[in-house]
Design a binder for this molecule. Structure first.
Ligand SMILES: [Zn+2]
Length: 312
């Protein structure tokens, strides 16, 4: 009997630990501490080819400039590159680097191409199952490793939403520079699907278009592009960091304004009606670490199933 009890304890404790891990591991951190900048292609993979340049070269120049801008303006943010030279890096490795450094944001920089040489403009991709099955997806997914094909991870919905916000703030900046924005698009891009953090893939212009190739080969053009992405980053950072966390405590059949933890009434209580039930939240946590600390307290004091939610 005793051994069954002990076994039961470990079983329950184990599940509790597991659910705790699941609730927290992929929840975005609203404080941006580490950014991974990914210059598409490289080495033996030139990417799209223009009349006078390769995609890989343009991507790298813009990526390095963007990194410098972030470092200069936010010295505390760690900037990690997937490549800093003209070398081949597999798609799998790129997502692995972002995961290894626990990046809070993944920015992939690419150059577009189309058979129609008049096609021009910028577009920013986020991961989405249903989406444009365009030339872009086919081209950017071409270099897949075996590991990549096996990995069935799908970016969490919270991170998909944040990616969408980030993508919109980037395209907004291109518009301010009088570039032609083709908009924000969703697609099954592998580097984005496997991202454990918000992630975007920016197509900064068409190498197949004479004028845009010239613009992107030119240092002034590259600087303007890096600046647009940086300003988009800045806006996204501000918005995300002002979004806090809340803790879902309980789902009850009745409103309980006097919900208690231990003997104390919960001060910052929020109640939301969902169908026939009422969700009870503790709100107002500005950082993930503050929310996690409170979560541990609530779980020990009457709410063992409490979990963190991103957003107010
Ligand atoms: Zn590309």
């Amino acid at each position: 009997m005793k051994s069954i009890l002990i076994f039961g304890f470990y079983l329950i404790f184990g599940f509790w630990q597991l659910s705790k891990l699941q609730a927290q591991s992929f929840l975005p951190d609203n404080q941006i501490k580490t950014v991974v900048i990914d210059a598409g292609h490289g080495g033996r993979d030139p990417g799209a080819v223009g009349k006078k340049s390769y995609e890989k070269t343009i991507n790298l120049k813009i990526a390095l400039q963007l990194g410098r801008l972030i470092k200069k303006n936010y010295p505390k943010i760690k900037v990690i590159y997937t490549r800093q030279t003209d070398k081949f890096v597999g798609l799998w490795r790129r997502t692995y680097i972002a995961q290894k450094y626990k990046a809070d944001l993944f920015i992939s920089i690419h150059t577009n191409a189309a058979r129609n040489r008049y096609a021009y403009g910028t577009e920013t991709f986020v991961f989405g199952k249903r989406g444009t099955s365009s030339e872009v997806i086919r081209r950017e997914n071409r270099r897949l490793s075996k590991e990549q094909k096996k990995d069935d991870f799908i970016q969490t919905s919270e991170n998909q939403l944040l990616s969408l916000n980030f993508a919109h703030s980037i395209e907004k900046e291109f518009i301010k520079q009088k570039r032609h924005s083709r908009g924000v698009k969703r697609g099954g891009l592998y580097v984005l699907r496997l991202a454990r953090m918000p992630a975007v893939l920016i197509e900064v212009g068409f190498i197949s278009n004479h004028y845009e190739e010239k613009y992107m080969r030119n240092q002034a053009g590259q600087t303007l592009i890096a600046q647009a992405i940086f300003r988009g980053f800045k806006a996204y950072k501000k918005q995300t960091e002002s979004t806090g966390y809340r803790i879902q405590l309980a789902v009850l059949s009745k409103k309980n304004m006097l919900l208690k933890t231990g003997k104390k009434a919960i001060q910052n209580l929020q109640i939301q009606k969902l169908g026939k039930v009422y969700k009870h939240f503790a709100i107002g946590y500005k950082t993930k670490s503050a929310a996690q600390k409170a979560l541990v307290y609530f779980r020990k004091n009457g709410f063992p199933d409490a979990f963190l939610v991103f957003g107010r």
